[in-house]
Design a binder for this molecule. Structure first.
Ligand code: ADP
Length: 392
C-alpha cells in the first residue's frame, strides 16, 4: 500500500481499486482517464461490465477478502460500487495499512436498514415510523409489533435488499404473516407506508480534507419499486431544494464520508422530507450527471477518494431526464431492435452496459438534456414508449 507520509504530504494516489465490477464501476472509466488514474476491479465474472475498462481485473466474488488483499497490494486506495461486502473480514486489511474510502464503519452502517434508521434518528433526521423484527417471531408477536406502525405498511428485509427486491407493501393485517413467509421470516423492518407526493434523491461528495460538493436534488419515479426515471432538477419549491442540500450536508459530515453518497427521500404533501435510505457510492439517481453536470458523479467519486479537489456540480442544461432500460419479458432480439431505435434519437445519450438480458435487470439507461420549456414527462414517455412498448 501507499508509502509512509507525514500529515503535510498527501499521498499521490494513482491506482484505484474498486470492489464490484458492474455498471457503476464501468462508468468510472472517463473520469479515471481525465484524472490520469488507473482502475483495478474485483468482480466475479469476466463478462461483468467494468472488466472491459479496468486496467486490471481480479476475478473473485466481492466478499472474497483474500482477493481484496491482493487488490490492496496493487492499489493506493480501495473504493466500492456495491455495499454488500464482508466488512468484518476486511478489518485486518485496515490494520495492515489499506485505505478504504468510504471507511468500513460507514459501509457497515448501511448493511442493515435498521442501523441506518437508528443513525438517522440519532442525528435528529425525520424517519417514517418503523419497528424491527429479528426474524422468526411468532405470528401474534408480529401483529402486535405492526400495530403502532399501522396499515398499509412496507415490509423490508434489513440486509441485502436492492432495487425493491425484499420490499413488500402489506395492505392489511390479514396479509402480514403470509408476506413475511415469502421473505423466509428474515429480519425485517416494518415501516409506515408514506403517502409521498414525490420521491427525491440527492448525491453529495466529501473529500478526506472535508471539502463538500452537492448536486441538485432530483425526482425519482419508481415502477414496481424499481427506479424507472429521474427528472433533474426536482420540480419542488426552493425551500425543499434547500432542505435536501442541508440534509446531504449534515449526513456527509455526520458520517465522515470520503467519497460519494446518495440520499433517497420521500416528500410528503406538506413538504416534509423523510429519509428513506442512503447509499455510500455512486447511484442510479445520479447517472444524469454524466451528460448534464460539469462533473459526473463518477469522476467526483474518484476525485474525492484520490485527494483531488472536488469538481463543480452545476447543471450544464436547464433540466435533464434519465430513463432506466430494464430487461424486458421479450426476447434478446427485441432488446437489440429497441436499443437501435433509442440510439437513433439525436438528442439522447444511450448507455448500454453489455449485461445479458433478464426481465427487470438494469441493462442500460438513456439521458436527455432539455431546455427550460421542455416537458420532461413527455420526453421520458417517448423514450419509454420505444423501450417498454406495452410492457409496464
Ligand atoms: P431498495 O433498497 O430495495 O431500493 P427501498 O427502501 O428504496 O428499497 O424501496 C424501494 C421503493 O419502495 C421506494 O423507492 C419507494 O417507492 C417504495 N417504498 C419504500 N419504503 C416505502 C415507505 N415507507 N412508504 C412508501 N413507499 C415506500
Amino acid at each position: 500500500m501507499g508509502q509512509a507520509r507525514d500529515d503535510n504530504t498527501p499521498p499521490t494516489i494513482q491506482r484505484v481499486g474498486v470492489i464490484g465490477g458492474g455498471q457503476l464501476a464501468w462508468m468510472m472509466a472517463p473520469g479515471a482517464t481525465a484524472l490520469g488514474l488507473q482502475l483495478a476491479v474485483q468482480t466475479p465474472h469476466p463478462e461483468d461490465p467494468a472488466a472491459a475498462i479496468a486496467q486490471h481485473t481480479i476475478l473473485a466474488p466481492i466478499t472474497d477478502v483474500d482477493a481484496t488483499a491482493v487488490l490492496a497490494g496493487q492499489c493506493d486506495v480501495i473504493t466500492f460500487e456495491n455495499e454488500f461486502i464482508d466488512c468484518d473480514g476486511l478489518q485486518p486489511l485496515v490494520k495492515q495499512g489499506t485505505i478504504f474510502r468510504p471507511g468500513l464503519e460507514l459501509m457497515t452502517l448501511v448493511l442493515d436498514k435498521l442501523d441506518q434508521r437508528q443513525f438517522f434518528q440519532q442525528m435528529g433526521l425525520l424517519n417514517p415510523r418503523y419497528v424491527a423484527l429479528e426474524g422468526g417471531e411468532a405470528p401474534e408477536v408480529l401483529l402486535a409489533k405492526a400495530q403502532p406502525v399501522g396499515f398499509p405498511l412496507v415490509m423490508k428485509t434489513r440486509r441485502l435488499g436492492y432495487d425493491g427486491y425484499g420490499t413488500f407493501v402489506v395492505a392489511d393485517p390479514s396479509q402480514l404473516t403470509a408476506v413475511w413467509h415469502t421473505s423466509g421470516r428474515a429480519p425485517v423492518l416494518l415501516e409506515e407506508f408514506v403517502p409521498f407526493k414525490q420521491e427525491l434523491a440527492i448525491v453529495a461528495a466529501r473529500s478526506a480534507r472535508g471539502e463538500v460538493a452537492i448536486y441538485p436534488a432530483v425526482e425519482t419515479q419508481q415502477v414496481n419499486q424499481i427506479c424507472r426515471r429521474v427528472v433533474a432538477p426536482a420540480r419542488v419549491s426552493p425551500a425543499v431544494m434547500a432542505s435536501m442540500a442541508t440534509l446531504a450536508h449534515t449526513l456527509v459530515n455526520g458520517l465522515d464520508l470520503v467519497g460519494v453518497m446518495a440520499v433517497e427521500c420521500f416528500l410528503t404533501k406538506d413538504d416534509q422530507v423523510l429519509i428513506n435510505e442512503i447509499a455510500p457510492r455512486t447511484h442510479n439517481s445520479g447517472h444524469y450527471t454524466l451528460d448534464a453536470c460539469v462533473t459526473s458523479q463518477f469522476e467526483q467519486q474518484l476525485r474525492a477518494i484520490s485527494d483531488r479537489p472536488l469538481g463543480p456540480t452545476d447543471l450544464t442544461c436547464a433540466q435533464a431526464i434519465m430513463v432506466n432500460l430494464l430487461g424486458l419479458e421479450a426476447s434478446g432480439a427485441t432488446h437489440q431492435e429497441r436499443l437501435a431505435a433509442l440510439k437513433a434519437i439525436p438528442q439522447a445519450q444511450v448507455y448500454w452496459y453489455g449485461k445479458s438480458p433478464r426481465p427487470g435487470r438494469k441493462l442500460g439507461h438513456v439521458t436527455q438534456c432539455l431546455g427550460a420549456d421542455a416537458d420532461p414527462a413527455g420526453v421520458a414517455a417517448a423514450i419509454e414508449g420505444i423501450w417498454y412498448g406495452a410492457e409496464t
